[in-house]
Design a protein around this ligand. Structure first.
Ligand SMILES: [Mn+2]
Length: 319
């Protein structure tokens, strides 16, 4: 898939239309939320009409963000309106927006802005920059290109997106450009201490409980090269994605998987790797996707078969 990174086409799409549905992937992470809100701030400056739809609405942990933009949760019923022009952000494929699809026309005209290498290039206009740390970073540079001033709220959203998608500036997607972008966001009013405090040091007790249970179920395979963690309680953990870092952070571990049970009986599997292993390739064999070092998929079937197959596949590539 050849991806294009020409801001002009994206900017023309935005300038030449008036009403947008802004949406992102289901189970939104910090970047998904940050870039959607940041993009909406841009549309505000341009005096465009828009609506943000995120499946499940805004997760509670993001309550601290400025709340002057309403986010629609398509699971809460029909708003009686459909949109022709969509800005789909941080989603590798169109169906990743989940139920937000209900707010789109049957044949929507889509602007796809993303940084996942697995992006399938959907949409009339697709801007996919795999070198960017996050879509939030892309949105900042798009605003700069379009000469749109970045206010404090927009800066806060985008800083939050970059900080979370780089794992607090520690993943290999963190570049000098990332830091320069963040420096500019700070100059535009983003408060890094405030944002970090709310994202990482204001955890609900239920999260710590889930962490305890997940760590209790940590297993090692292949002489400790692969760590497998599972959380099969019938209780949803808010922001469970971060838990896998504990498995990957164990000395000697080069790949980790975290298996969770979804409400519909399927398993959600997150994969992480250090070094050379490309876990997005493994996720793709299960119809999932993601980045080389962080990917995932959903699976319906037997848990023991899943664990056996996944362990074999990963160890075959590690050893
Ligand atoms: Mn992202």
């Amino acid at each position: 898939m050849k991806h294009q990174t020409d801001f002009k086409i994206a900017a023309d799409f935005i300038s030449s239309n008036d009403v947008f549905l802004v949406t992102t992937h289901q189970a939104p992470d910090g970047d998904a939320i940050g870039c959607s809100l940041g993009f909406a701030e841009m549309l505000k400056v341009l005096r465009k009409e828009f609506c943000i739809s995120i499946e499940g609405g805004l997760p509670e942990k993001y309550d601290f963000l400025p709340d002057n933009i309403e986010i629609i949760d398509p699971l809460q019923g029909d708003i009686g309106r459909k949109f022709t022009h969509l800005a789909v952000l941080d989603a590798g494929s169109y169906n990743r927006i989940g139920q937000s699809i209900k707010l789109a026309d049957d044949n929507p005209i889509i602007l796809n802005i993303d940084h996942h290498p697995s992006n399938d290039g959907f949409g009339e206009v697709s801007y996919v920059d795999c070198e960017a740390s996050s879509v939030s970073e892309i949105i900042f540079h798009l605003a700069e290109y379009m000469k749109i001033p970045v206010g404090k709220d927009m800066a806060s959203y985008l800083y939050m997106g970059i900080m979370t998608d780089t794992g607090r500036f520690r993943f290999s997607n963190t570049t000098s450009k990332t830091f320069r972008t963040c420096a500019e966001l700070l100059e535009c009013g983003a408060d890094p201490a405030y944002i970090t405090e709310h994202i990482y040091f204001d955890l609900p007790r239920s999260y710590i409980e889930a962490l305890g249970k997940s760590l209790y179920n940590l297993e090692y395979y292949g002489n400790g090269l692969f760590a497998l963690m599972e959380y099969l309680e019938d209780k949803e953990i808010e922001d469970a994605e971060g838990l896998i870092d504990y498995a990957l952070g164990v000395r000697g571990v080069r790949a980790a998987a975290f298996i969770r049970l979804l409400k519909d009986g399927r398993f959600k599997v997150s994969l992480r790797a250090r070094d050379s292993l490309d876990v997005s390739k493994i996720a793709e064999t299960y119809d999932g996707g993601g980045h080389t070092k962080a990917a995932g998929f959903r699976f319906r079937g037997s848990l023991s078969e899943l664990k056996t197959n996944l362990t074999e596949t990963i160890l075959a590539r590690l050893e």
